[in-house]
Write a new protein. Structure first.
Length: 81
């Protein structure tokens, strides 16, 4: 669970929405609200795993969703930004 501003962003494995899509939703909101700047990289896979208590493949899949949507792109040697 991570707090931002006046609301809390939570991944809930009990709901029907897959965890990777829940994480993609959270990261999308952070990008759209400029909490994550468009010129900066997403948090590392390790950071996402530790922050949200998810598997690394789940974090990679969420980043892939955002990449497919055109919100982020891979930078060789730098990860996803």
């Amino acid at each position: 669970m991570v707090g931002t501003g006046s609301y809390v962003l939570v991944i809930d494995p009990k709901i029907d929405r897959p965890v990777y899509l829940q994480l993609a939703d959270i990261l999308r909101r952070k990008i759209e609200s400029r909490e994550i700047s468009p010129s900066h990289a997403l948090p590392s896979i390790t950071t996402l795993v530790q922050t949200y208590g998810i598997a690394d493949q789940t974090a990679r899949k969420a980043a892939g969703v955002l990449r497919d949507e055109g919100l982020v792109h891979n930078v060789s040697g730098k990860g996803v930004s």
